[in-house]
Design a protein around this ligand. Structure first.
Ligand SMILES: [Zn+2]
Ligand SMILES: [Zn+2]
Length: 306
């Protein structure tokens, strides 16, 4: 069972990626049930904190964290103590409630730092697996103070962890990140994009988005460079033109072009140095580039299909 399926018996709580809204998420009961009480709670681990501990959060790997119900309530809408207050009326006031959560200790440690009025922890040292789990927990509990940093860090990892970050962006309604990653998905298998997007509406949008690239790639062979701008057929300044021509044709050939097309504007500039000795060949390649770019300019962004 995933973190999001805690209330799976309630159809209203099923979170569909494109339909996540503040009101809907806030209404979902995401915390685990309190499991037991103890009389000697652990102290708060946040450096310099002297607030009294009145609630204990226990991680999935068994580490207990002393916490403060008011801080939790003011920092996040999904964390205790909303349910705790109801339950404590029937329990001894000296006892401290323990709430079992599904997050591991490294995630809880960071989460709790964001519930204190102090400088926020540095995100530089977060490895991606930790960041991914933290970002998920931050969204799940609506810990607003940590959302933006997690979003920025996830976005910074979009090129290397494109599938994971795209899944996060879709699930938590960050279309700006989604659309940045979309060009990378052109070469993905349909199964991969299906499992990542999850939503049939988005999958259809992706098929339409990709279709325009497929059509573009089939049109490239008909866009040739001018035969020559030289007074003699061949360039007298070495094989630069042949190298550039071969490179561009390879970059525009299906299916390789699906990897190249998102960065297509760089295709010519990567190789134009080969023509540095011949102004005629440089003019020739610029003309060719312009013709292809005119066709490329007809491509629409993914968002226009949603
Ligand atoms: Zn504290
Ligand atoms: Zn030349």
């Amino acid at each position: 069972m995933s973190d999001w399926d805690v209330d799976s018996s309630d159809s209203d709580s099923v979170i569909r990626p494109r339909k996540v809204t503040f009101a809907k998420v806030a209404s979902v009961r995401l915390i685990a049930e309190p499991t037991q009480y103890q009389t000697t709670p652990p102290s708060c681990r946040v450096l310099g904190c002297s607030l009294p501990v009145d609630i204990v959060l226990r991680s999935s790997d068994g580490v207990s964290f002393g916490a403060h119900a008011n801080n939790l309530a003011q920092s996040a809408t999904g964390l205790p103590p909303a349910e705790r207050e109801v339950r404590q009326q029937s329990n001894d006031e000296d006892e401290t409630e323990i709430v079992q959560l599904v997050e591991s200790a490294d995630v809880l440690e960071l989460l709790l730092q964001y519930t204190h009025y102090q400088r926020q922890p540095s995100s530089k040292g977060w490895c991606f697996p930790l960041l991914e789990r933290l970002a998920e927990a931050v969204e799940k509990y609506r810990l607003f103070g940590a959302m933006e940093v997690c979003k920025l860090r996830m976005e910074a990892n979009a090129r290397i962890y494109s599938q994971e970050v795209l899944s996060y962006a879709v699930k938590h309604d960050y279309p700006d990140i989604r659309d940045v990653i979309m060009p990378q998905t052109l070469s993905w298998d349909l199964e991969d994009i299906q499992s990542t997007l999850g939503d049939s509406f988005l999958i259809i949008a992706w098929v339409k988005y990709r279709e325009q690239y497929l059509k573009l790639s089939t049109s490239f062979p008909s866009i040739d460079a001018e035969s020559s701008l030289h007074t003699v057929p061949r360039c007298e300044n070495g094989p630069g033109w042949e190298l550039v021509e071969a490179y561009v044709k390879q970059a525009t050939r299906y299916p390789d072009c699906l990897r190249e097309l998102p960065d297509f504007q760089k295709t010519f500039s990567r190789k134009v140095f080969l023509l540095s000795r011949c102004p005629k060949c440089r003019d020739r390649v610029h003309n060719w580039e312009q013709k292809i770019n005119d066709r490329y300019a007809t491509i629409k962004q993914f968002a226009s299909f949603v």
